[in-house]
Design a protein around this ligand. Structure first.
Ligand SMILES: [Zn+2]
Length: 290
């Protein structure tokens, strides 16, 4: 007999999105979405920017202290949460013989049929997940490697945070890809959805996106926060990461293929159809054994 799911005694649930910045300027943002049950309502409850930090000190400590005072349903990073499989692996002297399934899959990608051979994969900088996000979704997204030149400082920063956040339910979500899929589901056309982060049209398109999100999701923003989320890409990204946490709790996220089952990556449900089709085209017999 399956017991009935117990109803949470809490009348609200909170979801936190974290968007960490690299580079010289500290632009990292944390966003907390709270969903109230009676009446059902979603509120952008906290928007915390490293730039708001009044006292001089470590922005990481400022954020981690904030997180430790919270008990969210989920914390979702918009950056890689896991390290490449062969970064610290017994196989390091001969990566081509690594036995981990996700590495076998990644190495096999060089030999994808009907295309020119690709650059040899580097499973010590690159995750199978990184490759999958770039090549198996609706568009060719430029994601990069978890330990590649763009992500490496942020990936390592997240690894340091993990030491202080033991016990929290932690996830990652590639929000630029998420923005595309959500944008399409909100009625944006392909180019609008692809340009949400462009320097020329991004601001205007994010405004359209947020208006649609507000009306569809019954999402409430305070006026000041709404302006920040439109203007600051990291605030927008932190909002989307938090929102993916909410979708995950509602079972509205994609199931990752088996070779990525170890990754805690949240993608919109609509991704599923795209990659199922593409994986079948590339590997008609299932696993890509040539
Ligand atoms: Zn290995």
């Amino acid at each position: 007999v399956i017991p009935e799911p117990s109803r949470s005694p809490l009348s609200s649930q909170s979801f936190i999105g974290v968007s960490l910045s690299g580079g010289r300027q500290e632009r990292s943002v944390i966003c907390e979405l709270v969903e109230y049950e009676y009446p059902r309502r979603l509120v952008l409850y906290t928007l915390l920017s490293a730039q708001d930090q009044v006292e001089l000190g470590s922005p990481d400590e400022f954020f981690i202290d904030f997180l430790k005072r919270k008990s969210p349903q989920m914390i979702v990073f918009d950056s890689p949460l896991s390290l490449p499989s062969c970064f610290q692996c017994h196989c390091l002297t001969a990566v081509s013989s690594c036995s981990k399934p996700e590495v076998r899959w990644l190495l096999a990608q060089q030999w994808e049929k009907h295309k020119k051979p690709r650059r040899y994969p580097t499973p010590y900088t690159q995750r199978a997940l990184d490759f999958f996000l770039e090549n198996y979704l609706a568009e060719k997204f430029e994601y990069g490697h978890a330990l590649g030149s763009n992500w490496a400082p942020i990936t390592v920063r997240v690894q340091t945070w993990l030491r202080f956040l033991g016990g929290y339910p932690l996830f990652e979500s590639p929000v630029k890809i998420v923005a595309y899929y959500l944008g399409r589901s909100f009625g944006l056309n392909r180019l609008q959805a692809l340009n949400l982060f462009s320097s020329t049209q991004g601001l205007e398109l994010r405004q359209v996106f947020l208006e649609k999100m507000q009306s569809r999701m019954d999402l409430f923003f305070y006026e000041r926060d709404l302006l920040v989320v439109q203007k600051e890409p990291h605030a927008f990204q932190a909002l989307l990461a938090a929102y993916m946490g909410l979708l995950s709790l509602r079972n509205q996220v994609a199931k990752l293929p088996n070779f990525l089952a170890h990754e805690k990556c949240l993608l919109p449900k609509a991704c599923e159809q795209d990659y199922v089709t593409r994986l079948e085209i590339v590997h008609p017999q299932g696993e890509g054994n040539d």
